[in-house]
Design a protein around this ligand. Sequence first.
Ligand SMILES: O=P(O)(O)OC[C@H]1O[C@H](OP(=O)(O)OP(=O)(O)O)[C@H](O)[C@@H]1O
Ligand SMILES: O=c1[nH]c(=O)c2nc[nH]c2[nH]1
Length: 198
Amino acid sequence: MIKGVCMKELEERIRKEGTVKPGNVLKVDAFLNHQCDVELFDHMGAAWAEHFKGKTITKILTIEASGIGIACCAARHFGNVPVVFAKKAQSINLDGDQYVTTIYSYTKQREFPVIVAKKFLSPGDHVLLIDDFLANGKALQGLIEICDHAGATVEGIGIAVEKGFQDGGEQLRKAGYDLDSLAIVKSMDAETGDIEFA
Ligand SMILES: O=P(O)(O)OC[C@H]1O[C@H](OP(=O)(O)OP(=O)(O)O)[C@H](O)[C@@H]1O
Ligand SMILES: O=c1[nH]c(=O)c2nc[nH]c2[nH]1
């Protein structure tokens, strides 16, 4: 059962500016994950702050690339807690002990490592996971695995757009996570361009 309060502003932007591509891809690059509307991001942060009110959040964790801007705007509504983003590639700029797992990227259609330096996630952390999209749940599974390895507590998950016809959201809700998706797409059609919300 899908729960949560939808954000009409986000739904309207998706209706107006979103396009449906073959392969169950919703393109919202005009305001969410290529060009970024930071006022909308700020409103999204406020909506999550309202939903997760009363929970102690010490850190926001997201994954590059598209989650970063959204997570940073959200952090302003959670007492400016640090934002950590998992990296999807090794780099000479990454050193020290790391939590590492592997995920399959929905849009890039290949596996990536997911890497977080151990120094940025501790057993005492109460983590809010933030991302732009939830489809099959692979990215979130990777982030949850990393939190589990760190001994950190996942307090909740804030998602901008959940594609409700894919099963990532259902799995996470069944597993008991407090998942707040601001817009849930019930169905979409690449031929007609129709988008229906839950
Ligand atoms: O629920 P899932 O099936 O994991 O899909 C959601 C993930 O897919 C996208 O990341 P992607 O790797 O496609 O690239 P990006 O963040 O660089 O846009 C999106 O940003 C989420 O992280
Ligand atoms: O821009 C995007 N559109 C999508 O439909 C999607 N699914 C996962 N990740 C996504 N990113």
